[in-house]
Design a protein around this ligand. Structure first.
Ligand SMILES: NC(=O)c1ccc[n+]([C@@H]2O[C@H](COP(=O)([O-])OP(=O)(O)OC[C@H]3O[C@@H](n4cnc5c(N)ncnc54)[C@H](O)[C@@H]3O)[C@@H](O)[C@H]2O)c1
Length: 271
């Protein structure tokens, strides 16, 4: 699963899943462009990677802006001669937008538009500029970050979920249209992941509900997603493309009655 000599960009790499993935890719030998809208966070991650003996550089990037994405890719190619891996991980999901993403009767239309503009369009543009760079060096691997909310419908957050479902088909499209150029494109669809912000931002009752829906009995950590992304990015996954890999502890593998059925059949022992 080595990534020696590979040149990679990870968006949203200043925190959470992106940070863990950037660190793991660097550990495995890649030179990583740590791209984030938060320049301070990107610098911190790049510095930590370098201090640990890896190769990384911070890149300022807002996925809502096409020029930022183009410049991030072109800059990496100019400095390192190629791009091998693009992890389109960042989503447009500030707290006020997530709070307004209620259901289709009440979500402000401009919030819907902004989510599509940021998360779905930004991921498409990340794929576009990655393909343009990768075809020049005979191929590469793109990994997009989807979500379990893009696999099955959730009670709320329709804009977020639809943008992630769009990423799933985008992933298949990019894999299909550019496979014969040596470019693979896959996605990871995580369930609730224990990022540093989780406990602060989400009520415990709701976190517990999500644990209840896993088949593992625990929520994944950023490193669980990072390991899947790093493997998809590597040559070991050379025969895997156009796939949406659910990194979700089995949360979307079963019927909605799963947690209640466990208690129904196994009683207190299953609680
Ligand atoms: N954490 C989860 O439970 C979970 C579950 C499923 C999917 N995801 C997806 O995983 C990805 C990462 O989520 P996370 O939980 O690690 O988030 P996080 O909040 O820990 O980190 C997100 C990073 O993205 C950066 N960012 C925000 N807006 C940006 C923009 N416009 N341009 C560039 N960078 C931007 C932030 O500064 C931050 O560093 C997202 O696509 C998210 O939808 C997360």
């Amino acid at each position: 699963m080595g990534l020696e000599g590979k040149i990679a960009i990870v968006t949203g790499a200043g925190s959470g899943i992106g940070r863990a993935t950037a660190q793991l890719m660097a550990q495995r030998g890649a030179t990583v462009g740590v791209a984030d809208i938060n320049e301070v966070a990107a610098e911190e991650v790049a510095t930590a990677i370098t201090a640990a003996g890896g190769k990384a550089e911070a890149i300022h990037l807002d996925i809502c802006l096409e020029d930022d994405i183009r410049q991030a890719v072109e800059g990496m190619v100019a400095r390192h001669g190629r791009l091998d891996i693009m992890h389109n991980n960042a989503a447009y999901a500030p707290p006020d937008v997530l709070a307004a993403d209620t259901e289709i009767l009440s979500i402000p239309t401009e919030v819907w538009d902004r989510v599509m503009q940021g998360t779905l369009r930004g991921t498409m543009l990340g794929c576009r500029y990655a393909v343009l760079a990768m075809r020049a060096n005979g191929g590469g691997s793109i990994v997009n970050t989807s979500s379990m909310y893009g696999v099955s419908a959730f009670y709320r957050m329709p804009a977020y979920g639809v943008s992630k479902a769009g990423i799933n088909l985008l992933t298949e499209h990019v894999a299909t249209a550019h496979g014969r150029e040596g470019i693979r494109c896959n996605a990871v669809a995580p369930s609730m992941i224990q990022t540093p912000m989780l406990a602060a931002a989400i009520p415990k009752e709701f976190i517990d509900m999500n644990v209840d829906a896993t088949l593992t009995g625990f929520l994944g950590e950023p490193e669980d997603v990072a390991m899947t992304v790093a493997w998809l990015a590597s040559d070991e996954a050379r025969y895997i493309t156009g796939q949406v890999i659910r990194v979700d502890g089995g949360s979307t593998a079963h019927l909605a009655t799963y947690a209640d059925a466990r208690r129904f059949f196994d009683g207190a022992a299953a609680a």
